[in-house]
Write a protein that binds this ligand. Structure first.
Ligand code: FAD
Length: 384
């Protein structure tokens, strides 16, 4: 059994747990923190891990830059084209109209993870009381700490807690696809009869794109098993010919999709952040962005308490800091969860009135710049 005594224990060494530890230590290097990490010690053992492309917002880039944790291999998005397969309604969003260098950035999950590990190792050099403890999968842990931060993350249907949420009856098939004729830095989001189909840039260059194809679990499973030629032909007929022919597909993987969230994110001296607090549908690309904002704001609140003398680390003070954290996250969490849930449901429905409303909404987005800007800003920076 692993036994731990620190002021703060962070359970989970995914991107959100790592970032939270790094921000706490950067703000207060004397902090007594233990990070419980189930991942291997050696980065090389993670190099072949999860390669799914994750869209990070400009807001996340600003946050990660503060700890020098922005991955070098990344693809910027300059334009997003949104449309409905076989129906009216389309919208184009560009970085110029939003006065941004990029609308977002696509990075492999494992690169985000590895870069954060590297950044935390640097910060660790000047953090005398930080313990980074690697634990075995399923090893029981006896946590003795003044405050416990849950950052165990997880995927929908693989989490051992279910509180509130929704099963969309959807899976995402992800992979890397080679195409004939893609414009660099362009992302495509296409709403098909079964769910959103996104084709996103990758750092491999303009011909290799990240595919996220949402569909019913049965169709997705069938697509996973198709041979490459059959798969590409099925993708082509769903996506159309806007970027020429689909030439190659690699690294196909399936993820079940749903919403799982905690109504209360604190209890006594415990707090839940990132996917341990809310697991979202990837349609808006918001899960990790929201989790990083959780980690950043929690670090601020924890440091306010633990940088004070030890006699002030009372349960009442800790609870007060956690409640203040929960309060400060309310609007951003509610808006992001609500907006993502709305998109996941609306963009999956085939009911005629919904299809019509969706077409009108896309047209409104195109022709009402303030609506477009407001939506884009929410996606890029969240709500404070
Ligand atoms: C198909 C798909 C596409 C996505 N696309 C996007 C996107 O474009 N943009 C976006 O922002 N988000 C996206 N997401 C969501 C994003 O992947 C998650 O929000 C993010 O990974 C959450 O990070 P986390 O650190 O909270 O959890 P995780 O990434 O799940 O990491 C948790 C870590 O904790 C460890 N752990 C678990 N239990 C314990 C324990 N008891 N003790 C110690 N360690 C433990 C795990 O091993 C893991 O390393 C997508 C998700 C999916 C499925």
């Amino acid at each position: 059994m692993n036994s731990t005594h620190s002021d703060i224990v962070i359970q989970g060494g995914g991107p959100v747990g790592l970032a939270c530890a790094a921000w706490c230590l950067q703000k207060y290097p004397e902090a007594k923190i233990t990070l419980l990490d189930r991942n291997p010690i050696d980065d090389a053992d993670l190099a072949a891990a999860d390669s799914r492309g994750i869209a990070l917002s400009h807001g996340s880039k600003i946050l990660l830059d503060t700890i020098d944790a922005w991955p070098s291999e990344c693809a910027d998005i300059h334009r997003v084209h949104v449309s409905q397969a076989g129906r009216f309604g389309r919208a184009l969003m560009t970085r110029e109209e939003l006065h941004q260098d990029a609308l977002g950035h696509i990075i492999r999950y494992r690169d985000i993870h590895l870069t954060l590990r590297k950044a935390l190792r640097e910060i660790q050099k000047t953090s005398p009381h930080f313990i980074w403890q690697h634990i075995q999968d399923n090893a029981p842990t006896n946590i003795d700490a003044k405050c416990i931060v849950h950052a165990e993350g997880g995927l929908f249907k693989k989490q051992d807690w279910v509180e509130s949420g929704r099963d969309y009856g959807q899976s995402a098939l992800v992979g890397l696809v080679e195409v004939e004729n893609a414009a660099p830095h362009q992302a495509w989001e296409r709403f098909t009869a079964e769910g959103p189909l996104a084709v996103l840039p990758s750092h491999y260059g303009p011909q290799i794109l990240n595919l996220v194809w949402c569909g019913s679990p049965e169709s997705s499973q069938r697509r996973l098993q198709l041979n490459d030629a059959e798969f590409l032909s099925s993708l082509q007929s769903e996506f159309g010919s806007r970027i020429g022919r689909f030439l190659k597909i690699q690294d196909r993987r399936l993820y079940e999709l749903g919403l799982n969230y905690r109504k209360q994110i604190t209890k006594d001296n415990e707090v839940w952040i990132g996917n341990a607090a809310q697991t979202l549908h990837p349609v808006g690309g918001q899960g990790l962005n929201l989790g990083l904002r959780d980690a950043y704001l929690l670090a601020e609140k924890l440091v306010e308490v633990f940088a004070r003398p030890a006699q002030e680390h009372s349960l009442a003070n800790i609870q007060h800091a956690l409640e203040s954290y929960a309060q400060s996250r309310k609007v951003d969490r509610t808006t992001t969860i609500g907006l993502t849930d709305f998109m996941a449901r609306v963009f999956t429905s085939n009911l005629a009135p919904v299809v019509l409303a969706r077409g009108l909404a896309l047209s409104a987005l195109q022709w009402l710049p303030p609506v477009k800007t407001a939506l884009a800003r929410q996606m890029m920076f969240g709500r404070r």
